[in-house]
Ligand binder design. Structure first.
Ligand code: GTP
Ligand code: MG
Length: 201
């Protein structure tokens, strides 16, 4: 799929203030610093669209970006950032929780995990919660450029094996690098195929 236009629309903390156009949206979530905003910039070929930072906790709001005037990419705040105040952790949880529970337009949630790490409890717990709440999701392994392809492939295999100990069916998964663009075509193709299915309905 070709990205012709990518426009920032609105940031907010309140799901009821998200765009009311009814267009499908694809949201990005995961621990702080895992690379959500960078991935959105990589997908849209626009380094300045979503704000990124080497310091965790950069994205604190629900951010909507309209793509090709037809669907949205949504940048969400990261979870699991240790240096946040209790109030800030509670605020972020409330924002994420209300978005995931109430936003009917949310078509697929991409859960980002660092491709260098073994499964982290916070991510696996979160994915279990998604399963229980029937939130459709896919896993995105990020920062694949930071190690050899062999190492990434082995880590991904171990990760999926760990999940299959608990789950009957594994979600779709993607291996990406926002630095060199790997995984971009696959992710956009996946989104496009869902958009096409939705249009048939
Ligand atoms: P919060 O908004 O704080 O939750 O973080 P985030 O998940 O949006 O992460 P962000 O995209 O801001 O990236 C965090 C840091 O990781 C930045 O310094 C990025 O440059 C770096 N980074 C993100 N993706 C990649 C990648 O694929 N490869 C490499 N090498 N660095 C990356
Ligand atoms: Mg961010």
């Amino acid at each position: 799929m070709k990205i012709n236009t990518a426009e920032f629309v609105i940031s907010n903390t309140d799901v009821s203030k998200c765009p009311q156009t009814g267009l499908p949206e694809y949201a990005f979530i995961g621990r702080s610093n895992v690379g959500k905003s960078s991935l959105i910039n990589m997908l849209t070929n626009n380094k300045k669209l979503a704000m990124t930072s080497s310091t965790p906790g950069k994205t604190q709001l629900i951010n909507h970006f309209l793509i090709n005037k037809q669907w949205y990419l949504v940048d969400l705040p990261g979870y699991g950032y240790a240096n946040r105040s209790k109030k800030s952790v509670a605020d972020i949880q409330r924002i994420i929780g209300s978005y995931l529970e109430q936003r009917l337009e949310m078509t697929c949630l991409f859960v980002l995990v660092d491709s260098r790490l073994e499964p982290q409890k916070i991510d696996v717990d979160f994915m279990n919660w998604l399963g229980k709440n029937q939130v459709p999701f896919a896993i995105v392994f990020t920062k694949a450029d930071k190690q050899s392809k062999l190492k990434t492939d082995n880590n991904v295999k171990t990760y999926l094996n760990t999940l299959s100990e608990q789950w009957e069916e594994l979600p779709p998964f993607f291996i990406t690098s926002s630095l060199n663009g790997s995984g971009r075509d696959e992710l956009l193709f996946y989104i496009e195929s869902i958009n096409t299915e939705l249009k048939k309905k």
